[in-house]
Design a protein around this ligand. Structure first.
Ligand code: ZN
Length: 69
């Protein structure tokens, strides 16, 4: 079961896996994965909803399953 996460925890997990910020404009931060083929938008809310956590986890398809939670 995917749980909501704080934006800080999501950012830390992305950085730990070698992801980088591609764009920080608008309401979302666009993150890119280490392989360069995958991106995920993350809304800049203090709490990231379970649906978005699941989406980010899946979009970074080159990372091992369950990398975010
Ligand atoms: Zn990738």
């Amino acid at each position: 079961m995917v749980k909501a996460m704080t934006l800080r925890d999501v950012g830390s997990a992305l950085l730990e896996r070698g992801c980088t910020i591609l764009s920080d404009k608008g309401p979302h931060t666009k993150w890119g994965c280490p392989c360069g083929a995958h991106t995920a938008p993350v809304p800049r809310h203090g709490i990231v909803s379970p649906g978005v956590v699941r989406s980010v986890g899946k979009r970074m398809a080159c990372l091992p399953e369950g990398w975010l939670q």
